[in-house]
Each structure stands twice: as C-alpha cells, then as structure tokens.
Design a protein around this ligand. Structure first.
Ligand code: FES
Length: 216
C-alpha cells in the first residue's frame, strides 16, 4: 500500500505539494512543469522507462534519473533542465528520430505525432545531421479491417504492448526478436487479421507516432 501522505518537494525551485508514492513525472506535469516523455502512461504500474526522455537530476543522486520511475519523497529537490539533462535528452530524442522514417506528409499521424512535437520542443530537425538513420524495412500489415500497422515507424515505447495486454489479456501485440532486431509484432509474426484482435483500437490511441493507425 502506497504512502499517500502529503509532502513537499521542489522542482526547478518551485515548491510543490504532492502525495507520497506519486511518480515524479506526473507530479511535474500536473504542476505545469513539462518533462518530455513518450513511453509512460498514467495507468502503468511499472514504468517501461524505454524512451529515456524524462531524465532529470535529483539532489543526492549521483547521476540523472528517469522521472517516470522516481517516486517523490519529502524534501526531494529536482532540476529538469540542467545542461547534463538537456544533452542526454537531446541524444535520446535524436536516437528515436534516427530510427523513424521521415515521410511525415504521407503519414496519417502528421501534425498529431508526438515525435514531431518532441523534435519541435527540443529544436531538433527530423533528419538529424549527427546520426546515421537506422531504419528498418518490415512489411506493413494492411490485413486488419480496423487497424493499420507499420512496424517501421514503431519507437518501441511499449505502450501498445501494455494496453493490448490490459485491454484483452490476449497480448496480441508483443515484443519479438532481440537487440537491434527487436520489434513489436504478433505471435509468430502473423498478420493482425489472423489473430484474435477485436479492433478495439486502444493501441492506435496510445501509439505516439503513426505506427498503429485506425483505418479510415
Ligand atoms: S517516460 Fe520515462 S523513460 Fe519514457
């Protein structure tokens, strides 16, 4: 059982009252302090900590930590935009951008894509000069009547895997392969239409980019 006692923390010099046991990421966002994030969802009990965008510095900790995994405690002192944090956050974002195709105008998520917003907020180009693109060439799954799945656009944030398991307990979408080959797919890489996917579209709703899209 979590300690729900009210406590006081400081983020970027701002004193904030929070509930004991709350995640630092949500406390910051709920108090108007923006910390970029792509993989965590409010209902997740265990943060996947996959995107590494929510790095912050906390007094007393030897290095930056992810705000989505940190629980607040009395007297916690946090900085969200130190030079170290900004440098690491930009690198994490550049890695995500380098692994994502940039044919944005033809993507169904153009202008509502969280990667586009992230690049804009960090003043990064969608074609980074520093990193070689690490794109994949995986067939797009057009099989399902309600859902379009383009694994080449996937950032491996894991939101869809989590929501698919929560929604149906079927876990139709899962992580498969390893290392650089890791991807989100179905059991035995079957087309979605050959799985028990009901087309609830929860996965498309949580996908931050256009990897999973509701079909028109
Ligand atoms: S939101 Fe914290 S690592 Fe992705």
């Amino acid at each position: 059982m979590k300690n729900k006692k009210k406590l006081t923390i400081a983020i970027d010099g701002k004193r904030i009252t929070a509930e004991g046991g709350a995640r630092l990421l949500w406390v910051a966002l709920d108090n108007g302090i923006h910390i970029p994030n792509l993989c965590m969802l409010r209902d997740m009990e265990i943060p996947p900590a996959a995107c590494r965008l929510c790095l912050v510095e906390v007094a007393g900790k030897p290095g930056p930590v992810t705000a989505c995994t940190e629980e607040v405690y009395e007297g916690m002192t946090v900085w969200t935009a130190t030079p170290t944090v900004l440098r690491l956050r930009r690198t994490a974002a550049e890695l995500l951008i380098a692994s994502h195709p940039t044919n944005c105008p033809s993507c169904g998520k153009n202008r509502s894509c969280q990667l586009q917003s992230l690049a804009k907020s960090l003043k990064l180009k969608l074609k980074p000069d520093r990193l070689r693109p690490l794109l994949q060439d995986i067939p797009i799954d057009h099989s399902h009547p309600a859902l379009l799945f383009d694994p080449n656009k996937c950032l491996l944030c894991g939101r869809c895997v989590w929501v698919c398991k929560e929604q149906s307990d079927l876990g139709i979408l899962q992580f498969t392969h390893r290392g650089f080959e890791t991807r989100v797919s179905t059991f035995l890489n079957k087309p979605l239409a050959e799985t028990r996917c009901t087309g609830c579209l929860e996965c498309a709703q949580v996908c931050p980019v256009g990897a999973l899209l509701a079909r028109e």
